[in-house]
Design a protein around this ligand. Structure first.
Ligand SMILES: [Zn+2]
Length: 250
């Protein structure tokens, strides 16, 4: 593991570091809602434009073998659009890669770089490419690969005019992303106080019914985890937070 394990997360402050354009990159529908929907809701309230880029349609999700995978993909895209709307996000790009088979290929790096150059975010939120050994679910191989490709798209591909030259031919000029926040990393160095936005996260998550997110116990588990995250950042009892590993890109 290359992450230091004994870092206390600093608290993000919109006065010190504000973002006008935020792009969240994830492997599956629902990842963004588990990982950062309350942060997204916080950013939207502060006036930021937010776009989601979802690499797969999540058609390998659920356990109903009678349902066609095409049908599942359609359901999950619809659930993600509803979840996005619950936190004020209307821009969602689906790349349509096969669920369960994501690799950090040059093709994926190019497709993510295309979205970055089109949307021109100052903050990108993406899954950690490094495994979190505390919990197995966070580090689905698609998440790790999505994280690897997203980090590569942030640096160097989006800013390098000679990376993926077809993007220049499409009229997409290079763009430098100012900040990169990783979700579900082995350690956290940044906390966002999401207490006021937490209901929005729960509303977004409840849209992913095909994945059982209407489980009543989920709300309590997420609140407990967010409470622990807040405590780790020195916030008062009763506050809630989402954690990230923030990477400087300058
Ligand atoms: Zn996932």
């Amino acid at each position: 593991m290359t992450f230091p394990s004994s870092v206390s997360p600093r608290l993000w402050s919109s006065e010190e570091e504000s973002f006008d354009r935020v792009l969240a990159i994830c492997a599956h529908p629902d990842d963004v809602d588990f990982g950062c929907a309350a942060t997204v809701a916080t950013m939207r309230r502060a006036g930021a434009a937010v776009r989601y880029c979802i690499i797969t349609d999540g058609e390998a999700g659920g356990d109903d073998r009678a349902m066609s995978r095409g049908q599942m993909a359609e359901i999950r895209r619809g659930e993600q659009l509803a979840a996005a709307a619950a936190v004020g996000v209307s821009e969602v790009t689906f790349l349509g890669y096969p669920d369960g088979r994501v690799s950090a290929t040059l093709e994926l790096r190019r497709d993510l770089s295309r979205v970055v150059r089109e949307f021109r975010p100052d903050l990108v939120i993406a899954p950690s490419p490094e495994r979190n050994w505390n919990v197995i679910f966070a580090s689905h191989p698609d998440h790790l690969a999505a994280g690897e490709a997203a980090v590569d798209a942030v640096y160097p591909d989006s800013r390098n005019p000679f990376a993926h030259p077809e993007l220049l031919e499409e009229g997409l000029e290079p763009h430098t992303v100012r900040a990169l926040w990783l979700m579900a990393a082995p350690a956290a160095n940044l906390a966002v106080d999401v207490t006021e936005a937490f209901e929005g996260k729960l509303a977004a998550l409840s849209c992913h019914r095909s994945q059982g997110t209407d489980d009543p116990g989920l709300r309590d588990r997420l609140a407990t985890r967010a409470g622990g995250a807040a405590t780790s950042a020195g916030l008062a009892e009763g506050r809630l937070a989402e954690l990230f590993w923030a990477v400087g890109t300058g």
